[in-house]
Design a protein around this ligand. Structure first.
Ligand code: S3P
Length: 166
């Protein structure tokens, strides 16, 4: 089984993925970590500084390709992966795609107190990105689970139940 978690920055992917993986006995794969590795250890911020979003997406698409036949894993993606149809084509291969979703107001609260994200300039810019990507998450997702007002355990339980129904 391969589960791919998609969703906007701050939707809960990175928090939920390892717990979900442990519960299902699957490997946890964090795409952002593999992107950092592919860039020779440059941080996400350094990757954006060096080559902008274009360079970041190239690395992300290359990592998605490497993962095309990767099985028995929960793959946690970066929020913008849905912007690349090539990356998504590789990621959805044989996978159940799960969207983690939260209203923008909640995202804003979670993100502002968290590590800086290069694409999260200000609230208006982030809101525009959120609206732009919303239909893309729906397009690719097999299952959609909201995370606001729920504990991590609640979300993990809900995802597991939804996956079992498939
Ligand atoms: C991005 C989200 C980040 C990271 C990069 C680009 C985006 O991941 O991949 O900064 O385009 O939304 P998270 O969704 O884990 O914050």
């Amino acid at each position: 089984m391969k589960l791919v978690l998609i969703g906007f920055m701050g939707s809960g992917k990175t928090t939920v993925a390892p717990i979900l993986a442990e519960k299902l006995g699957l490997e946890i794969v964090e795409m952002d970590d593999l992107i950092v590795h592919k860039a020779g250890g440059k941080s996400i911020a350094e990757i954006f500084e060096a080559g902008g979003e274009t360079y970041f997406r190239e690395l992300e698409t290359a990592v998605a390709k490497d993962l095309r036949n990767h099985e028995q894993a929960v793959i946690s993606t970066g929020g913008g992966v849905v912007m690349s149809s090539a990356a998504m084509d590789d990621l959805v291969n044989g996978a159940v795609v799960i969207e983690l979703a939260a209203p923008f107001t909640i995202i804003l609260q979670r993100i502002s107190s968290n590590i800086p994200r290069p694409l999260f300039g200000d609230a208006d810019q982030a809101k525009a990105l959120y609206e732009l990507r919303k239909p893309l998450y729906s397009k690719y997702a097999t299952v959609r689970v909201t995370t606001d007002g729920k504990s991590i355990e609640d979300v993990v339980r809900e995802v597991t139940q939804e996956v079992k129904k498939l």
